[in-house]
Design a protein. Sequence first.
Length: 429
Amino acid sequence: MGTHERIGSSSSRTSEDSPNSPNRSSGVRSSMEFCPPFSSLLEELYEETRTTVFSYESTISTNYTMSNLAGPGRNLGNLYSWAGSSLERRLGKVVNRAAMREYDEAVRRLRMYSFLDKIFAGEDPNLHQGACEVLLICARSDDLSIQVEAFERIVWNFVWWTSKLRAAFTSVFKRRKEVSDIVTFSWRRPGIEYSFKWLLPYKQASLCLSSHLDSTIELAAQLNKARYRDLKFSHFEGLLLGCRNSVDTLFVTKFIDFHFNGKGIEGYLRRKGFNDTAIGNFAIALVNQWELCFSRRNPSGPVLGPLKTTLHLLDGVLRSIRNTEIDVLNELSEHVAILSLWKSVFQLHYFLRSSGRCAEDWERVYPFFTNAWKILCTDYLPNSEHSKLRQSLLSLDDIHGPAMFKRFPPLERSLINREEKVKTISASQ
């Protein structure tokens, strides 16, 4: 399966559930439907050209001698041409059969999730490279769903074993004498309008495999040497400050969610202040991650967002405002960057309480999980000297609450949904 292989009738194909497709259904989402959030993340992705046009002219060896001239040369040339074409067809069939067997085996291994995980968890670089070959074969598939699976596995394996995969893929491309950026570019085929569902994992996989000395992946590879959930928040400052776009930020959010031990946010805010860029970027990144999770949710189950990391962030921020001096608190209600942080905190609190995740598991450790926003503001800012900031935070519910409720309706068994039902019953009595 060549890099520039043609796709049958590709000019008429579009990838599934494209946001601009006239066939896209509206109304209740099915469990497999993906309705992307219209946020800064989407705007950034859709600014790009969504289809890449390039031409490919297949060249076939004809082995003509002088068959265009009259005389003995014509007969000899025709004989050679016939023999060469016949041999070429037979060799082509053999190569195609071998490629199909290789492809089928790669797809089988891709879907054996424990197979790749066990390989990358080990320390054998040769096995790592073999697993990378499997991912690359599937990433160039004609089947869009298999491509998406391969992209997502590349991204998640980079999150878990960044340094191992960085080294393994570099060795594979070096052995093949290929440039990784050209390989990832070839995964986008001509004549196809790709959906957000395809574009996002593609962009993230391309980031992971980029041949450029990208600060995001290089820093992640250095931090990846630590054990699972063994890093405090300050370790991620460089990663968060180095993010250039939403794709970088979403990868970093996944990386932090895997490696963060939940400690250090309160101390970090005490040193850096509430208008710190890294903490603001982190809050916005978590909001984007929750938006994605809500948009691809399965209606029959809870939204599987970065719950633990979000709880750690909110806990650190809320504890910090309790221990902040009054004159600084008044400043917190006016600074533009800080107001942006409060907006993100409000949105994250909404996502937690509307996601359908089991509140009882977290209520003792994080009591704000179960409290409505207005109760939370009163609990953490109870005194008269807190009134200025408290009013600013309370207003967030009036300003952003209705839009959040409309864009991301709470799940059936969520805390917000239960509260709404109680209100409805009370109003009817």
